[in-house]
Design a protein around this ligand. Sequence first.
Ligand code: C5P
Length: 224
Amino acid sequence: MKKIIIAIDGYSACGKSTTAKMVASRLGYIYIDSGAMYRAVTLYFCDNHISSTNPYQVSQALANIHIQFVHNPKTEKNETYLNGLNVEEEIRKMYISQKVSEVSAVPEVRKAMVYLQQQMGKKRGLVMDGRDIGTCVFPDAELKIFMTADIMVRAQRRQEELLEKNELVDIEEIIKNLQMRDHLDTTRKQNPLRMADDAYLLDNTAITIDEQIEFVINLANSRM
Ligand code: C5P
């Protein structure tokens, strides 16, 4: 059977990573969370006081950033490592969510991350989620999905995820953050979030996770 690339793009917190992870596991494919890469870069910028408007600092920082995904057999998750340190929990925190869209709008940051992502897809057999995967990273992906959901449903899901990590955040603050990121992600100059012309729209406001997975798997099977 032919190995394909599945690109899953969409708005913040609409279940892209849950869907992508489960589809990858069903197909025996690699799953890459491209948002985690931008979050790791943002963490580095925060820790090292890098200004995203200073080109010299940005290029120095990018030269010093090494991102890896390492499988944790206990959690059965691919966890994000930044320069050898497990940062999986830290990059999900609210202060990173507040800054990540600013950092990911920097052209040099995008260029570096897109290059790494394209290297990861060379052998195909990959599901990657993000904002520009179907439009920019893998414009030739065999299957492109664009996900969306009602803002309240998205905010509630994100609040539950944060609570599981003992971070209690007010729902209004989460809604504001999602709207702010969607706005910055769709209006930035380089590789803005948009639905590829050949993508399938998946609105998961009122469907179950199993239904979403079946939708994607059926489409994937028809392209192998
Ligand atoms: O997917 P997640 O919400 O973790 O992504 C965090 C942020 O990273 C997004 O809001 C967006 O600013 C940026 N991002 C991006 N391009 C991608 C993936 C994420 O610009 N391919």
